[in-house]
Design a protein around this ligand. Structure first.
Ligand code: ADP
Length: 634
């Protein structure tokens, strides 16, 4: 058992407090504080009121052991230390451990004479007596030295604990004289420090959860914008209150894709951003969180004041495309209003030299040179979330683009062969005209005969060009869809072909009832005229017949069947290509070879398909639909 005795305070020097009601009121106000800052401002003011110290400060530790003054209450005429940062060496790890061990450490007089314990070793155990929890335990000379340097004559320190770890300190200093705080007031202060720790923890968690839900909300809005806007810069940067800058707390942000840059706030120049992107792209990580960029990338040194730290997410495997956030050098942003002219202070009473807090600040500044405030876990996670969202959208879009590209390649190939065939076929009559005209010029042969042939060739060219124009019109002009009675349409087509039907003596058989379909009347009639006239033309039988009917109801599949010459399987694809004929120019009544090409285009524009089955020598059947089939036949 260790008994400690202390001097009873002089009652007059202490405020008479109704401790219970005082503490209750203080607690209520602490709970009601709207922000962590206002909470601490009030807490330090209350502790100063209870204890009568000249200076009460709340410190917060960083992960590296350094810390800064987040709140302060001082007596009139004292210089403020608010905002002061100091290096980890000011309160070294063993001291921090001791502070965490007991709820209050009080040193009434920094100038005290330590008195040795007698006996030094416990007579029972033979080991040194453990005085960890004793109030009168002597403190380290480092600590008293530090206090003396700072001009502090008495101190009282209470730890601020969060989740069992030291979060910060409440430090009370007296500078004008030693100060012994009576037991009751120490107990009340200790109790208050307990309550402050608990309330502070939940307040701080609430603030960070506010931040997290802010990020979540902005992320949702960014994702909506991305889905609705194919331009990623517009989607991520256009909205004034939901953009990348808004998303994560930073001094500036930038989006770089395919060399295009959009910037917000304080960022390096375009040129520097491009170099940074290339450097980042050379690393493996998809998310880079760096709070000391210049240590890794010397080129970043010139802009530490703007971007000492960078949080970057990579958007593309091949290109240096990134979203980046920047934080300035921390020391650069912290301006402590301490007296800059006096790094040391000469004590007038004894002439000793004292380090001022200014010194600590300078050391701290040096220790965090080139570093930004670190990126915290929830920010790094939020950056990664945004990356996933963007990459998802980009991937989906790339797939769409690939599909369009494939179609485009097909169309290009078609166009190539089309241009080749078309120019080849147009050149043929032109060459003939050229030759014949030369003959006429040289007066070779019969000029009347030549001119006759030239005229025939120009008519052929005219036909070819007309077919080409018709084909191109088929691709360009909008369809005029309406309900079309197929029966009536077949009648019209046959009417237009009356003369040929009569001349060929072909027998037409057809279904009594044909359905009504949605189609462009005039175009569809062209298709029917082409199919029926081909069925009449390409027939060498004595008794010719054509059958028109419905093969299937869903989707409506019309067919035109003949007992003509048929088409060899290997030519089925060929006959749908422009100007492709399987016969000599004048055989089977001639033709340009564009009819089936135009028919196919018309059918495909309706969403349907045209094909044929045929037995060479026995006949062919041409089928077409006007809409997509549910299951395309193989
Ligand atoms: P054109 O009739 O002007 O030659 P098409 O594009 O209508 O042009 O037909 C292309 C080719 O397909 C024809 O030249 C012919 O060789 C073949 N063809 C078309 N319809 C039939 C059919 N019903 N029977 C046999 N061959 C056909």
């Amino acid at each position: 058992m260790i008994l400690e005795f202390e001097v009873l305070p002089d009652e007059d020097g202490w405020p008479m407090l109704d401790l219970y009601s005082d503490l209750r009121a203080t607690m209520a106000r602490l709970h009601a504080a709207p922000t962590l800052q206002s909470f601490f401002d009030f807490a330090v003011a209350q502790i100063r009121r209870f204890t009568g110290f000249e200076r009460v400060m709340a410190y917060k530790f960083q992960e590296d052991g350094s810390g800064h003054v987040i709140a302060e209450s001082i007596a009139d005429g004292f210089q403020s230390y608010l905002g002061l940062h100091y290096p980890a060496s000011d309160i070294p790890a063993p001291a921090r451990r001791l502070f965490a061990l007991s709820w209050l450490r009080h040193l009434p007089n920094a100038d005290y004479e330590p008195i040795p314990l007698v006996p030094e070793l416990s007579p029972h155990t033979g080991a040194p007596v453990d005085l960890s929890y004793a109030s009168l335990r002597s403190v380290s000379v480092m600590y008293t030295g530090y206090l003396k340097n700072m001009g502090v004559k008495a101190s009282m320190v209470m730890p601020l604990m969060k989740n069992g770890a030291l979060w910060g300190l409440l430090a009370c200093n007296h500078e004008s004289a030693p100060r012994h705080v009576p037991f009751e007031i120490r107990m009340a202060s200790e109790f208050l420090a307990h309550m402050i720790s608990l309330t502070m923890s939940s307040k701080e968690d609430a603030e960070s959860s506010d931040y997290r839900s802010h990020m979540k909300e902005v992320l949702e809005r960014l994702m909506r914008a991305l889905h609705g806007n194919p331009d990623i810069h517009a989607a991520l940067c256009a909205s004034p209150d939901a953009n990348i800058r808004h998303y994560i707390d930073a001094g500036g942000a930038a989006l770089i894709t395919e060399g295009q840059i959009t910037k917000f706030g304080e960022t390096p120049s375009d040129e520097q951003l491009r170099e940074l992107a290339i450097w980042l792209a050379g690393r493996d990580e998809l998310v880079v969180a760096n709070d000391r960029l210049a240590e890794h990338l010397p080129d970043a040194a010139p802009y530490v004041e703007i971007a000492a730290g960078v949080l970057a997410v990579r958007l593309s495997k091949r290109r240096p495309d990134f979203v980046m956030w920047f934080r300035p050098e921390q020391a650069h942003t912290v301006q402590w209003a301490g007296d800059p002219a006096k790094p040391v202070h000469i004590d007038e009473s004894d002439g000793s030299v004292r380090l001022s807090p200014r010194m600590s600040f300078a050391i701290w500044k040096e220790s965090v040179k080139g570093r930004s405030k670190p990126w915290i876990t929830c920010e790094i996670e939020a950056a990664a979330d945004l990356r996933w969202g963007i990459v998802d959208v980009i991937l989906a879009r790339a797939e769409e683009t690939e599909l369009v590209n494939r179609k485009l390649r097909e169309v290009n190939r078609e166009l190539d062969s089309f241009a080749y065939v078309a120019s080849h076929d147009l050149k043929e009559p032109l060459r003939g005209i050229n030759h014949l005209a030369t003959f006429v010029q040289r007066k070779q042969g019969d000029p009347d005969q030549h001119i006759e042939t030239i005229l025939k060739l120009t008519r052929r060219m005219d036909d070819l060009i007309e077919s080409l124009l018709q084909y191109s019109r088929t691709g360009r002009v909008d369809l005029m869809l309406e309900d079309v009675d197929l029966g009536a349409l077949v009648d019209e087509a046959l009417q237009m072909l009356t003369k040929r039907v009569a001349e060929s003596g072909v027998v037409i058989r057809r279904s009594v009832k044909l359905p009504i379909v949605k189609a462009d009347r005039v175009r569809l009639r062209e298709v029917l005229v082409n199919l029926i006239s081909n069925a009449i033309k390409y027939n060498d039988k004595g008794e010719r017949w054509i059958e028109i009917g419905i093969e299937r109801e869903k989707p409506v599949t019309l067919y035109v069947r003949d007992n003509g010459i048929g088409v060899d399987q290997k030519n089925h694809a060929k006959i749908f290509k422009i100007f492709r004929r399987l016969h000599g120019r004048d055989e089977f009544g001639g033709g340009t070879g564009a009819g089936l090409t135009i028919a196919r285009k018309t059918i495909e524009r309706h969403g349907g398909r045209i094909w044929l089955t045929s037995t060479p020598g026995a006949g062919s059947t041409f089928f077409f639909t006007l809409q997509e089939e549910e299951r395309p036949p193989s």
